[in-house]
Design a protein. Structure first.
Length: 223
């Protein structure tokens, strides 16, 4: 797979071309593995839930070298995790309680347009209300952010903090806490992907039990 698409290459992508690309992919896949789709259609049991950014340059399977069926994916602008997002909570609940995933990864990426927009004061549109969640991250880490003067480093650090806070928000949900209380094997992690190098940075923020979360968010187990 090409690492970078030039503008003239993306201009050649057409509606019909997408359908033909699908046919070509199916033919090539069946050539390599005649039973691939039969096995894929039998069901899914992915061990990982990926909460990432909607950015088209950050596809979970490709950058982790995994196959369809390996990762359950939820994506939104700037990989925001908030307790009022019923879409995300529904995905999280299904992943934990039905699919029984073992790892939940919140992955941001350097150069994130949503993060950069949150750092500014220009109105973009409806998304400004969504980006308020990232501005809250800035407020929570205001002292550190104020010390970073370089705009690129400031953006990169906010990308990291946004992923860290997102992972913390996942950990504090009743969904994850109830899973831990029942003894379910489940870990939550924060990562950042670099578009420039293709490498993932583990932010070393992981939790595998209620002892790893802030006491203010701990809940009593359901009886």
């Amino acid at each position: 797979m090409c690492a970078k698409l030039e503008k003239q290459d993306t201009d050649k992508i057409t509606y019909e071309g997408l359908l033909q690309g699908n046919k070509d992919w199916v033919a090539e896949t069946l050539k390599e593995d005649p039973t691939f789709f039969a096995r894929l259609s039998a069901g899914q049991a992915p061990p990982v839930l990926w909460i990432g950014c909607s950015d088209s340059r950050v596809p979970a399977n490709q950058i982790t070298n995994t196959m369809p069926g390996d990762i359950f994916v939820h994506r939104n602008i700037a990989n925001v995790v908030t307790h009022t997002d019923m879409n995300l909570l529904s995905v999280l609940d299904y992943s934990v309680n039905v699919l029984k995933v073992k790892h939940i990864i919140v992955c941001g990426h350097y150069g994130c347009g949503g993060v950069n927009a949150a750092l500014g004061d220009k109105q973009v549109g409806l998304i400004d209300n969504w980006l308020r969640n990232i501005k809250d991250v800035i407020r929570m880490h205001d002292r550190e952010m104020q010390t970073i003067k370089d705009p690129v480093k400031r953006s990169n650090r906010l990308v990291e903090l946004n992923a860290i806070e997102g992972a913390a928000n996942v950990m504090s949900t009743s969904i994850v806490q109830n899973a831990w209380a029942s003894g379910q094997e489940l870990a939550v992690h924060a990562w950042v992907y670099s578009l420039e190098t293709g490498l993932i940075k583990d932010l070393q923020v992981s939790a595998s039990g209620p002892e790893d979360i802030s006491p203010v968010f701990k809940m009593q187990a359901q009886k």
